[in-house]
Ligand binder design. Structure first.
Ligand SMILES: [Zn+2]
Length: 200
């Protein structure tokens, strides 16, 4: 099991909400849609679960905001609090012709299982790559969060689109430039510089 991959759960959840702009997790259908492609997180959900997941979303965003602002202590403190609040319960299981492998938190509510995976995934990412890898998009008006998988820790934007839009809107000092003189995109490695962390 690749625990670090669960960091995607955190990023995906946080990015359902850009404060003051859009919110795509407002009702139970939205929550079911978020969980639809995560069969191991499936289960009955109610309004209380929705509230809990929305609250988790804000707690996770606060980790990215603190990290993005360079406040490592604050970011780690918040992430540690989530790890305590949502401990993982690993169990070995064997099924569908697969050999023994780890499962996480089979029991508990959907929000609990989501939170335990998201917090653990982020923690493993931080352990492997550093807390400064978590960030918030610098583009005007965009508040999406990301994991910076670039070799040079140069990612500034959530997407190529934001990099392009920001480059057009704010020419000058704020526009980060790569060594080739082009605006730095979302930090996804290109060509030979690609790393296994690309795009997460
Ligand atoms: Zn963005």
């Amino acid at each position: 099991m690749d625990l670090a991959s669960y960091a995607d759960l955190a990023i995906e959840l946080v990015n359902t909400h850009e404060p003051g702009r859009r919110d795509t997790l407002r009702d139970l259908d939205d929550l079911r849609a978020l969980l639809a492609h995560r069969p191991h997180l499936g289960g009955r959900v109610g309004h209380r679960d929705l509230d809990t997941v929305r609250q988790l979303r804000e707690q996770l965003r606060a980790v990215f905001v603190a990290a993005g602002a360079g406040d490592e202590e604050e970011a780690v403190e918040r992430l540690n609090a989530l790890l305590i609040q949502h401990p993982i319960h690993p169990q070995l299981a064997r099924h569908d012709a697969r050999d023994w492998h780890l499962h996480l938190n089979e029991g508990g509510s959907v929000p609990d299982r989501y939170a335990a995976r998201a917090a653990m995934g982020l923690a493993v990412k931080v352990d492997e790559h550093g807390i400064d890898r978590l960030g918030v998009c610098r583009a005007e008006g965009c508040q999406r969060v990301f994991f910076d998988g670039t070799a040079g820790r140069s990612r500034r934007y959530c997407s190529d689109r934001c990099a392009a839009e920001d480059g057009l809107a704010v020419p000058g000092p704020r526009r980060a430039r790569g060594t080739n003189g082009h605006a730095v995109g979302d930090g996804r490695p290109r060509g030979k510089t690609a790393t296994r962390d690309s795009g997460q």
